[in-house]
Design a protein around this ligand. Sequence first.
Ligand code: HAS
Length: 560
Amino acid sequence: MGIAKLEDAKSSQSLPITKPESRLYMSFIHVAFISLLIGGLMGLLQTLVRSGKFELPWGIDYYQILTVHGVILGLVLTTYFIIGFHFALMGKTVGISEKQRKVTWLAFWVMVVGTIMTATTILLGEASVLYTFYAPLRAHPAFYIGLALVIIGSWVAGFVNWRQLYVWKKQNPGVKSPLAAFMVTINTLLWFIASLGVAAAVLIQFIPWSLGYAETINVLVSRTLFWYFGHPLVYFWLLPAYMAWYLVIPKIIGGKIFSDSLARMSFVLFLFFSIPVGFHHQLTEPGVDPTWKFIQVVLTFMVVIPSLMTAFSLFATFEITGRKKGYGGLFGWFKHLPWKDVRFLAPFIGMLAFIPGGAGGIINASHQMNAVVHNTIWVTGHFHLTVATTVILTFFGITYWLVPHLTGRKLTPQLNKLGIVQAIIWTVGMTIMSGAMHIVGLFGAPRRSSYSEYGGTEQASEWIGYQLAQAVGGTILFIGILLMIYIFVKLTFFAPKGEEEFPIAEEEEDAEPTPAFFENWKLWIAITIALILFAYTIPFVDIIQNSPPGSKPFDFPIGR
Ligand code: HAS
């Protein structure tokens, strides 16, 4: 393949999206927004309970609402929104056949059945095991079977995406795949390879154990398989936001994509380095050889590089666009960004939040500093900046144009204004809540703990101000959620009919052509597998060979 250059594929980048397609993509997005409402309410309740000023009514358990919150926002909202967005990008750039659409509906319904099974067990109080479902906490078998169905459904959706690109490439030999389709393919590959780990844990360990076929479970193996999946999971959330930053934001600000090759390279690096790093979630766990922890910490620092490349590329896009429009001075380009356009503002705040969010991640990954923050509410602060601000505000930014595009309506100036208010409310609420979490986490306040467990302690009285601040932040955020749901309903059913643009930018005219080796999927997959085998084979064999006896289950509901 060498460094041959590929022909451009601009002409294929803007296919019309038909009504049946829109219905399909919107179905995924509907589930995402229903999840936002339910999950957000649970978040509000959590912060109120942790403030010590509120008790849950009707004997509802804190860990039950915590599980609903984590599963429904971390796993359901994200996965459905991302799959809907992936399909919209693929439909727009490479197209979808009727058969592919039908298979995608099948994927959707398999996921929905799985989601309902899992949700039912949690709501019945039979699965208060949190979104990480660490053994030896044991849930009802239907919880795990439901999760397995969600994963299988998502795989089918990913296979359809691969097929879409494959068919397009057959029809367009020698032409560079559209950047959007390339990015979606990387993210679905990342998801597939990563979720093999959690699927193995669920199918081989959790389901037989929860059905009573196995008496004990190997806890460290299950946690290792979970985190093999759990860290790339966060990049599965992040990469669709990056798709919007690379593809959509330049168009909205009236610019071009800074470099197609750089964008592709950063996505390829995410595929390589997001998986072989799961041990950085297990740095305090005995039973994992410190040498391998160190190696995975080094690999974690490698996965920071594509984010820094992205930051560089975004600055370049902003500055070049501003200067081309004639805005001089050191910061002229900055002042003239479209601040009043919510399609830009919401994702931009997401970018800003990722500066402290990413710095926090680097602190977490630094082995010794991890000892200070691990299992404290600092970590909760970290992921509310990353996934609940950077990613979610970008998803909201996408919603403002994607939903009206699919429903044949318009983002009116009033809705745009409401969106700006929403983004500001979110920023204020999250700054207060996540800021308080970071600070009190450094004082040692634990994460995932009900007030009833630490409320009477001496330290708790030192934390109380910060816990109250979290409740204030959480309440503001919930108002933000209600506003977002209102905007979503308006854009879906009531906004005036019209046409809303599907903004995908083109590359700079004088950009270097993209080298052909980017289409060498076998090479990317081979390197990914080699890195995973390198980082996991020896420590995993070691974990299995030196395992202590398996653990007996710890069932819910339990008397706390
Ligand atoms: Fe993390 C724990 C390390 C990123 C999510 N993380 C979590 C958990 C979640 C999560 C959910 O090493 C908790 C899991 C649990 O329940 O236990 N994280 C990292 C590192 C990164 C990182 C090194 N995390 C994320 C992202 C997430 C996420 C992204 C969700 C989407 N994380 C950890 C570690 C733990 C952890 C440990 C375990 C802690 C423990 O002990 O339990 C890196 O990927 C971060 C790199 C990012 C950057 C920032 C680049 C900035 C950009 C914005 C540019 C801005 C612009 C704006 C252009 C280096 C791209 C322009 C501005 C102008 C002014 C014009």
